[in-house]
Design a protein around this ligand. Structure first.
Ligand SMILES: Cc1cc2nc3c(=O)[nH]c(=O)nc-3n(C[C@H](O)[C@H](O)[C@H](O)COP(=O)(O)OP(=O)(O)OC[C@H]3O[C@@H](n4cnc5c(N)ncnc54)[C@H](O)[C@@H]3O)c2cc1C
Length: 383
């Protein structure tokens, strides 16, 4: 039996630990730097059909529907105009057992953890050294634990320490010139939107999304505001946990846009980092998945879904002993998703009134164009 170490118990690492239970040729151990998993209760995540289908392989369809929500449409609005621009039927890609889903992150993570044996997850294990030996990989952690493995899967997120321990190439991360604003909002505080749908509000250099994660609870809010932060500020990540940073961001949102912000609970702001260049690790026994492989701009809501999809592909490649096929295939899909994510962010944040008018007219046509939808979304939601 071959031994696999996974670094990082986020969505990617946890999905992998679950799916590898289906292949008894491998023993998987999961190492997480935190003493427990931060569940950030209340915040949501969108899961498109590509990831729901794969999650169903590990029993997601058995999770009670009261913990999930299945939106019908994606409604587009201008922040400063009460009339809806148009709507896109995202449920058109659904099948009986595989539906576009919104869910609390905490519910998804709890589901993923519930199926992993406690003996296979090691909390409080911060990777500190990766020693490449002839046929094995020796891992050392800050708590002085060390162990030898046949394979290493790096799933430690956008700031991947593991990748930097084995690669000499320059940092492949880039600040996305934007800040994410996260919160929840009580249904009584919001008018005009359809609670069956995802509502996307577009404004100059700012867009936000509101969606339910269950039938009756508070709605999830996520906004992306264009903002420059200089290198010195970005170095000090701790400041972003402070209420001063939240106040600074809120004060920068124009008054016509910020009424919604004052209605939010559990408000948090943080800078968004994306991958600039994909790192190809030249080692046949080491792989990266999820945000450690590639972090997308968050305007296509594909990060978690791609993390699951990439992890599943890697599992399949292990099962047929063709792990060399993982990187080229993942690269291809990543490029497709990245292009769309960047384009969405550009289109969502237009500020020139003439461009906005043109964008809205084009969008009204595109959301009803089957060929376009199949190409723009279908290709991503299919796997
Ligand atoms: C604002 C915003 C909104 C988003 N919304 C969506 C959405 O609606 N839908 C969607 O699909 N995606 C969304 N995403 C993206 C999605 O959240 C991520 O792509 C996904 O969570 C990545 O999962 P991961 O497991 O690769 O990394 P992470 O979730 O970052 O997990 C990494 C894990 O590794 C651990 N770790 C880190 N360093 C070490 C170390 N040195 N040693 C050991 N362990 C370590 C961490 O503690 C963590 O548990 C959004 C992203 C942002 C920024």
């Amino acid at each position: 039996m071959k031994k696999i170490a996974i670094i990082g118990a986020g969505i990617s690492g946890l999905y992998l630990a679950n799916i590898f239970k289906q292949n008894s040729d491998f023993k998987v151990l999961l190492f997480e730097k935190n003493e427990e998993i931060n569940l950030d209760d209340g915040y949501g995540v969108q899961l498109s059909n590509n990831s729901v289908k794969l999650l169903n392989y590990i029993g997601f369809d058995q999770l009670d529907n009261s913990q999930k929500f299945f939106p019908d449409n994606l409604d587009f609005y201008s922040i400063d105009n009460p009339d809806k621009i148009c709507d896109l039927n995202i449920s058109k890609f659904n099948s009986a057992n595989n539906k576009y889903t919104t869910i609390k992150r905490s519910s998804l993570i709890k589901f993923l953890i519930s199926k992993i044996s406690k003996d296979d997850i090691f909390y409080g294990h911060n990777i500190s050294k990766i020693d490449l030996q002839e046929d094995q990989i020796e891992l050392s952690f800050s708590n002085e634990y060390s162990g030898k493995f046949d394979y290493l899967i790096i799933a430690d997120g956008v700031f991947s320490k593991s990748s930097s321990l084995i690669s000499n190439s320059k940092n492949s991360l880039k600040f996305n010139n934007s800040v994410a604003i996260r919160g929840t909002i009580n249904r009584d505080k919001i008018e005009k939107i359809n609670f069956q749908n995802i509502s996307l509000f577009l404004g100059a250099n700012f867009h936000y999304v509101i969606y339910p994660t269950s039938e009756n609870e508070d709605l999830n809010f996520i906004g992306i505001l264009r903002k420059n932060l200089n290198k010195d500020r970005l170095k000090n990540y701790q400041q972003f946990n402070s209420s001063d940073f939240v106040d600074e961001i809120v004060s920068e949102i124009p008054p016509t846009y910020n009424q919604i912000i004052h209605k939010l609970d559990n408000l948090k702001c943080f800078p968004v980092f994306i991958t600039d260049e994909i790192l190809h690790l030249n080692n046949k026994n080491i792989f990266t998945v999820g945000d450690a492989f590639f972090a997308f701009p968050p305007s296509f809501a594909q990060g978690a879904s791609q993390s699951i999809e990439g992890s599943h592909e890697l599992f399949q490649n292990f099962s047929i002993n063709e792990t060399e096929k993982y990187f080229p295939r993942r690269l291809q899909k990543t490029k497709m998703v990245n292009k769309r994510s960047k384009f969405n962010q550009f289109a969502f944040h237009l500020s020139n009134p003439l461009f906005v008018l043109t964008r809205n007219l084009i969008m009204k046509r595109l959301v009803k164009n089957e060929k376009f939808l199949e190409n723009y979304l279908g290709k991503i939601y299919d796997n």
